[in-house]
Design a protein around this ligand. Structure first.
Ligand code: NAD
Length: 337
């Protein structure tokens, strides 16, 4: 297959996806077919004479969908994100469908958003912004704490966790970390690697940066919350499934959890990336979460910077070109199957 003639079917596309992929396609010459809808068993039918599909975080790429893609003779599934928990890699392997991803498009974008959430929850700038616009210049209710000297626990010290740890150290925080692979580079920077339980017990702020898998699912649950310091702050910019939502709601109601910042949510595929302002939301858990004054929800926007979208477009196109021309990708972490 000649790369220049190849058609790519994009699912879950937003206006900004079209802008960035169209812009960077100039150097590649693929035929781009954008669908706003999510990929799922009902929408596979949209794919016509196309060997490449490009998907995002909430597209459903389970065994059923992969069987359908194989029938449609799809050869490549290109994820335009880092996480791949939504793809059944075994099913893809069975059908000899290649699966690639963008392993590290801008770790700083996500790490900086995690810090933005911490600063917002702590210093309540979102509330101050609204307050002064109504000519209310009182400070009551806006009391924060110094971040300097506080202990931040990081779970998952890959690209994003490392970038986040540098930011936390820059603020003068003590940084504890847990990962299945310890980073010598981070240890040299002054980070202490400890067990998971120690992270829960000793951290004033816990920030999640590990992938969602069988070991990490619901790592924040009733038991782990019970180990935590009173008034702990929990930040999740990784994947919604890392947090058991009912447990954090209980923790917030009891006052055990003092602050919660989430950019991801377990049931987000039914909500995020669309305007539902005129709809009746059926998800009671997200409504309960949003009703707490000490909870900040952003809709999976941590990656959303100019630099990240540029990298996502370039790396996705290069991955596809590389698979089409030599059935391989030089950066091994980009090739999942
Ligand atoms: P990465 O692969 O560089 O790092 C992941 C780290 O997690 C690795 O160091 C790995 O050893 C560690 N890990 C794996 N299993 C673990 C376990 N059981 N316990 C503790 N640590 C474990 O990934 P990354 O680029 O740093 O991204 C991390 C996650 O962030 C992704 O999986 C993705 O889900 C999420 N993400 C979110 C956004 C967003 O916009 N909110 C954007 C990009 C990535």
């Amino acid at each position: 297959m000649e790369p220049s003639n190849s058609k790519i079917a994009f699912f879950s596309t937003q206006p900004y996806d079209k802008t960035f992929f169209n812009k960077y396609n100039e150097g590649f010459g693929f035929q781009l077919n954008f669908f706003e809808t999510q990929l799922n068993p009902q929408t596979v039918a949209l794919i016509e004479e196309c060997e490449i599909v490009c998907v995002f975080v909430n597209d459903i790429v389970n065994e059923t969908v992969i069987n359908q893609l194989a029938e449609k003779k799809v050869k490549i599934i290109a994820l335009r994100c880092a996480g791949f928990n939504n793809v059944d890699l075994e099913a893809a392997k069975k059908h000899e469908i290649k699966v690639c991803r963008v392993p590290a498009y801008s770790p700083q974008a996500v790490a900086e958003h995690a810090m933005a959430m911490i600063l917002t929850l702590n210093r309540k700038t979102h509330k101050a912004y609204n307050r002064v616009r109504e000519q209310n210049f009182s400070l009551n209710g806006l009391l924060g704490f110094d971040l300097f000297g506080k202990t931040i626990g990081i779970i998952g010290t890959g690209n994003i966790g490392k970038a986040f740890s540098k930011i936390a150290l820059g603020f003068g925080c003590k940084v504890l970390a847990y990962d299945i692979v310890e980073s010598e580079e981070m240890k040299k920077d002054g980070v202490s690697f400890v067990g998971l339980e120690e992270i829960f017990k000793s951290s004033d702020i816990i920030s999640l940066h590990c992938p969602l898998n069988e070991q990490t699912k619901h790592v924040i649950n009733t038991t782990s919350i019970s180990f935590m310091k009173d008034s702990v702050m929990i930040i999740n910019t990784s994947r919604g499934g890392l947090i058991e939502t009912s447990s954090v709601i209980e923790g917030l109601k009891e006052g055990k959890i003092g602050y919660l910042g989430i950019d991801v949510y377990e049931q987000e595929e039914k909500l995020f990336f669309r305007d539902l302002s005129a709809d009746i939301i059926q998800d009671d858990a997200i409504q309960r979460l949003m009703s707490f004054p000490n909870v900040l929800v952003t809709a999976h926007q941590a990656f959303f910077t100019n630099e990240a979208l540029t990298q996502i477009a370039l790396v996705t196109f290069n991955n596809i070109k590389s698979l089409l021309t030599r059935n391989d990708i030089e950066n091994k972490s980009a090739l999942l199957v």
